[in-house]
Write a protein of this length. Structure first.
Length: 251
């Protein structure tokens, strides 16, 4: 087969994944065998769940499209504020169930605080993460690019920031979740949905001052953790407001 050249342009925040010397540049790949567009894009460092549309010589294609000759490729991100495009979309919004890798504990707590279902085990290995993702139809959250490139990953996201509040804002925007926020409905420790609990049912587990000053309680049916609106509650409310205002200011 005659060697051929593919020239790729990455739009929007996909440039994040290119090395600094490729920012604002076209990336060239010289190929000598039939290659899927997914493999060519990922060879440039961009995991496929980050890609929402691909144009090959101006035509919209899916990840299994095979390249066999010279081509100009334009790769579009999921969050693309600058343009309203009508190509085939390769990603979906509105997914609200996640599995997070072991390095994203703070992001996990923030998302649970907002009511989202996030599976998380600090010691889960790659295989376990992919199993939970596939079996429970969850989107994978990870800063491991290799893992996100795995071909069985349908939906996923690579948080750009190292800061948990910023990461939370990113996930809310990527999956368009702002309207689905239901704070204080999920256990931060184990992810189960909280239930209202009568004071009489939890009173034996309360500290004397809590017993004296609070009357409304919620309880986790799985790990039995009790929640009430004490001092930690104000702190968490502030964090929720902080996240909400950041999402609004970037929209
Ligand atoms: Zn729990």
């Amino acid at each position: 087969m005659k060697p051929f050249t593919v020239r790729l342009s990455f739009r929007g925040d996909l440039e994040f994944f290119l090395g600094p010397k490729f920012r604002n540049e076209t990336v060239e790949r010289r190929l000598s065998e039939r290659t899927s567009i997914k493999d060519v894009i990922e060879s440039c460092g961009i995991p496929h769940p980050e890609v929402n549309a691909i144009l090959v010589n101006g035509h919209s294609v899916a990840f299994d499209h095979t390249l066999v000759s010279d081509a100009e490729v334009e790769v579009l991100p999921v969050v693309d504020r600058d343009t309203r495009r009508t190509e085939q979309h390769l990603q979906s919004a509105g997914i609200n169930r996640f599995v997070a890798d072991g390095h994203l504990g703070k992001l996990t707590r923030n998302l649970r605080l907002l009511g989202f279902d996030v599976a998380y085990e600090t010691r889960a290995d790659d295989r376990e993460l992919l199993d939970v993702m596939a079996r429970e139809n969850r989107a994978l959250l990870t800063r491991d690019r290799r893992l996100l490139m795995h071909s069985i990953v349908r939906h996923g996201y690579y948080p750009r920031s190292q800061n948990a509040v910023e990461q939370t804002v990113e996930v809310l925007r990527r999956f368009e979740l702002v309207k689905m926020i239901t704070p204080f409905t999920r256990c931060l420790r184990c992810n189960a949905q909280l239930e209202d609990a009568a004071k009489a049912d939890v009173v034996e587990q309360l500290e004397p001052l809590t017993k004296k000053y609070y009357d409304k309680f919620r309880r986790c049916p799985a790990c039995k953790q009790i929640y009430w609106s004490g001092s930690h509650f104000a702190r968490m409310q502030k964090r929720i407001e902080d996240i909400r205002s950041k999402v609004r200011s970037q929209a």
